[in-house]
Design a protein around this ligand. Structure first.
Ligand code: HEC
Length: 473
């Protein structure tokens, strides 16, 4: 019997499994961008302290380093593997596609990361114990290693959006995958904005140390951070425009039609606020306050980083990796270079329920007794990456999207005309046999007839030969 290499499905009712990754990832981005930005800023400050012989600047650097050690490196190292762990559970085939391309890139990432983490300790514990010139050199190794960790990941992230050119599908080359069209603007945009993030928390730390530092030194630190912050925002916006110009066609549709205003608007509001704060700090360093800078740093998370990560994941739809794996993990097109073939034809011919080895035996052949459950299974397998398929609230809930459609024939003709023959650019094509589409229609009509909400459980109806089996979602 034919099977396709699917994995067990993790269905998170209501909010969807993607949100689990998005939350962990956003914390990670916040911690990592703070530390990468800070690594460069601190190397610059250390150089300044050395050249201009201003030893008090080292006190500030030491405090910032301790903050990084305690906050960024602990939370960054927990959430980093957390992203890959959750992503592996949510979308094993997407991760598998990435590993098959980028295994050595990840190995490189790991080497840079080891250097980075080692150096934050080395720098903190050798400050004042070795000569300043050598120490300053070490800060630049730290800065380069930190930035390189981001550089490497950005190549993978932008490939997830799109290889950017047809070439990769035939060459399969790792360099074509890594240096995709979106890579440079994405990297430069993050590089610029991270100075704004690190600068904002840097101002909070400076404000805390105002009393301990000579006025002149304090002002210089604040001005330096502010100039870097202003530069970060201004260049970040410029690179953002370039970034937008490198998106694939479908992403504009998603941005325009799908991404809600409550994700776009906060980003547009927080950027000028951060910029204004830097300008204010540059003009009146003495007026910088911890209670302003630190909450602003937190706001950057809620209004900038979290929505930005959600939008970035959104504009990738309907794919999860390289424009050949859909969010529902079905391989959507041929990749000749990798010997990968589209699975759409075989699923249309033989059916997803038969081909997915984790579908319980009692649901593989559709009959009047198991039809509704088979339909629910298809909804979970094909649609739950982007929809709450068992309720009326939360993530694009089916209860709302199909409101009023209590007749299975109405659902069927809607699904075939809208999702099978002419699917919108943000959704995968509805794949499977005609019988499966009918089962999905029956389930959806049943869901709507039940008030738009049913249990997420998959129950395999009692068939003559088999005892009742239950599969927990
Ligand atoms: C890759 C993510 C993704 C998958 C998988 C997906 N959808 Fe959608 N779906 C969307 C998006 C995005 C929208 C746009 C509306 C919104 O954001 O609320 C949408 C909207 C819809 C709508 C409302 C019509 C419209 O275009 O706005 C229906 C009905 C729907 N989906 C059904 C399904 C069904 C049935 C499946 C499974 C066979 C499915 N979707 C799979 C992302 C997806």
């Amino acid at each position: 019997m034919d099977v396709l290499g699917f994995y067990p499905m993790w269905y998170v009712p209501m909010v969807g499994s993607g949100i689990v990754i998005a939350l962990i990832a956003s914390f990670h981005v916040m911690a990592s961008h703070t530390s990468v930005g800070a690594a460069v800023l601190l190397a610059y400050l250390a150089t300044k302290a050395y050249r201009e012989n201003q030893p008090q600047i080292y006190d500030y650097i030491k405090k910032y380093l301790l903050g990084l050690l305690v906050f960024s490196y602990v939370s960054g190292s927990i959430t980093g593997p957390g992203i890959w762990f959750s992503a592996t559970v949510v979308n094993p085939r997407g991760i598998s596609a990435l590993i098959h391309n980028f295994v050595w890139v990840w190995a490189t990432e790991w080497v840079w990361f080891v250097v980075e983490v080692t150096f934050v300790y080395i720098l903190y514990y050798t400050l004042g114990k070795i000569d300043r010139k050598s120490w300053t050199r070490l800060t630049w190794i730290f800065a380069v290693a930190s930035w390189a960790t981001m550089d490497v990941i950005v190549g993978i992230l932008s490939f997830m959006l799109s290889p950017g050119h047809e070439k990769w599908f035939t060459t399969g080359s790792i360099l074509d995958a890594f240096y995709n069209k979106n890579y440079f603007p994405h990297l430069l945009e993050r590089t610029a904005f991270m100075f704004a993030i690190a600068g904002t928390v840097g101002l909070a730390i400076a404000a805390l140390m105002k009393k301990d530092l000579p006025e002149k030194v304090y002002k210089e630190i604040v001005r330096t951070l502010s100039y870097w912050g202003i530069g970060g925002v201004v260049f970040g916006l410029m690179f953002f425009v370039w970034y937008m110009a490198t998106l694939p066609e479908r992403s504009y549709v998603v941005l325009d039609k799908v991404i809600p205003i409550y994700l776009k608007l906060p980003i547009l509001i927080i950027i000028p606020i951060v910029l204004a704060h830097f300008v204010f700090a540059a003009v009146r360093p003495q007026a910088v306050r911890f209670w302003m800078a630190y909450p602003l740093y937190a706001l950057i998370f809620f209004m900038g980083v979290y929505p930005e990560e959600k939008v970035r994941e959104g504009i990738r739809k309907p794919y999860v990796a390289g424009e050949f794996v859909w969010v529902n993990q079905i391989i959507a097109r041929d990749v000749p270079a990798k010997g990968i073939q589209s699975q759409v034809p075989i699923i249309d011919q033989k059916g997803l329920l038969t081909l997915n080895p984790f579908v319980p035996e009692g649901l593989k052949k559709i009959n009047p007794q198991n039809e509704i459950m088979a339909g629910k299974t298809i909804a979970i397998l094909e649609c739950s990456g982007c929809h709450n398929v068992t309720g009326s609230v939360g993530l694009r809930p089916f209860g709302q999207k199909f409101a009023g459609m209590t007749d299975r024939n109405v659902v069927y003709s809607f699904l075939t005309s809208y999702l099978r023959n002419n699917h919108p650019p943000y959704m995968p094509k509805l794949t499977g046999t005609d019988e499966e589409v009918r089962a999905l229609s029956a389930y959806i009509a049943y869901l709507i007839s039940n008030g738009g909400s049913v249990s997420a459980k998959i129950e395999v109806p009692n068939t003559s030969s088999e005892a009742k089996k239950e599969v927990q979602p």
